[in-house]
Design a protein around this ligand. Sequence first.
Ligand code: MG
Length: 203
Amino acid sequence: MKIICIGRNYRDHISEMNSPVPEEPLFFLKPETALIRAGLPFFIPDFSSEIHHEVELVIRICKIGKHIQPRFAHTYFREIGVGIDFTARDLQRECIQKGLPWEKAKAFDGSAPVSRMKALSGLNKRDAIAFSLKKNGETVQQSTSSEMIHSFDQLIAHVSRYVTLKIGDLLFTGTPAGVGKVEAGDRLEAYLEEEKMLQVDIR
Ligand code: MG
């Protein structure tokens, strides 16, 4: 099982980071050891002093596929949840400056809490799925899948040109604006539509 993450897929987040808009989807991987199951705390690692939360819609791959055509991509996922792409922003900045890969900043243990999954068929419209993140009770990130630059189907088509997708793989689909630093004692709560799906206490 692998975790594939999309970067720079919401214009408001690209603006807040002063990043260029990518011409094609940008993706990177996190290993299985990055996963934290819902309900478990996140421990701030000693190598970073600037861990940011990035709430994202996460889809679960339900069928093995390679070189998937966009028109068939919707048959490769049936479930959706929310996750947090924890990012060591200080290390990421350094990696970007030096032209190095992002793994140190993105792939560390515990960097990917993921909620339980919900059937997409139970949601209104998959092209306008609302999600949000509260930090200590206050909404800090909020968007819908309609704001994505590249749709779920386009992301699946793009990634599967390079990497075979397997059952159980998770695809993080990018974060909207409002990312920010977490401190020990913070409580993060992620919502899919109106439903609280994930709570992560920061230690
Ligand atoms: Mg992200």
